[in-house]
Design a binder for this molecule. Structure first.
Ligand code: R1P
Ligand code: URA
Length: 235
């Protein structure tokens, strides 16, 4: 048992899917897993363990933003032996060629969060990158499933509401879109030595007046979820 997770060693599988939204965690467990056991409900951050095609997999809601997600990651890795974490999140698309519902694999993460600078000190601009084998496996898995994916740089914003960020410049430099966790996930992957990957689905477009409803966000991310689950079978 940890401060935020009311479970015991062995309750979580080595691979955890990590959506921000606890109800997305429940949806994944209800829809795709068998023999499901709820392993956490502290603060409503729902966690479940079950099997997918016979393999034990867990899914845990992380809350929004790097600070909340980092609590769950630290506890999952240090107290429950988790080795692979695949975030399954939503993001706001910036690139012109991304439509709502499109899946992106974050092959890198930029951020305005202080976590990188606080870790390395002034003058070091550490690159936040996923585990290559997870990324490579997810990419080829998506191809095999005929799920079109884009791969690239994602901006992990510290604030959802922020009109001070120069989105035009980030977009011009090839950033595909924005969410709130990728850089923290990859930083902790390197620090705590677990495999990390951020798989995302576009829920809205920053440059176009388009957005999925909350209900659509909760349930329409099945391509992303299946890519993550099938990828999990290889680890
Ligand atoms: O849909 P989730 O996984 O929560 O991810 C995105 O949605 C939240 C903001 O609405 C942030 O957590 C952002 O990263
Ligand atoms: O963090 C997020 C998630 C979805 N859309 C955004 O604009 N930002």
């Amino acid at each position: 048992m940890t401060t935020h997770i009311n479970a015991k060693m062995g309750d979580y599988a080595e691979t955890v899917l990590l959506p921000g939204d606890p109800l997305r965690a429940k949806f994944i467990a209800d829809t795709f897993l068998e023999d499901v056991v709820q392993v956490n409900e502290v603060r409503g951050a729902l966690g479940f363990t079950g099997t997918y095609k016979g393999k034990r997999i867990s899914v845990q809601g992380s809350g929004m933003g790097i600070p909340s997600m980092s609590i769950y990651i630290n506890e999952l890795v240090s107290a429950f032996g988790v080795k692979n974490i695949i975030r399954v999140g939503s993001f706001g698309a910036m690139a012109d060629n991304i439509a709502l519902g499109d899946v992106v694999l974050a092959s890198g993460a930029s951020t305005d969060s202080a976590v990188i600078a606080q870790t390395f000190g002034p003058g070091i601009y550490w690159s936040a990158l996923p585990d290559f084998e997870l990324l490579d496996t997810a990419y080829h898995q998506a191809q095999a499933m005929n799920v079109p994916v884009k791969v690239g740089n994602i901006f992990a914003a510290d604030r959802f509401y922020n009109d001070e960020i120069d989105m035009d410049k980030l977009k011009d430099y090839g950033v595909l879109g924005t969410e709130m966790e990728a850089a923290g996930l990859y930083l902790l992957g390197s620090k705590l030595k677990f495999r990390a990957l951020d798989i995302l689905t576009a829920s809205d477009h920053i440059y176009r007046d388009e957005a999925l409803s909350a209900q659509e966000r909760q349930t329409s991310f099945k391509d992303m979820m299946l890519v993550a689950l099938e990828t999990s079978l290889k680890f």
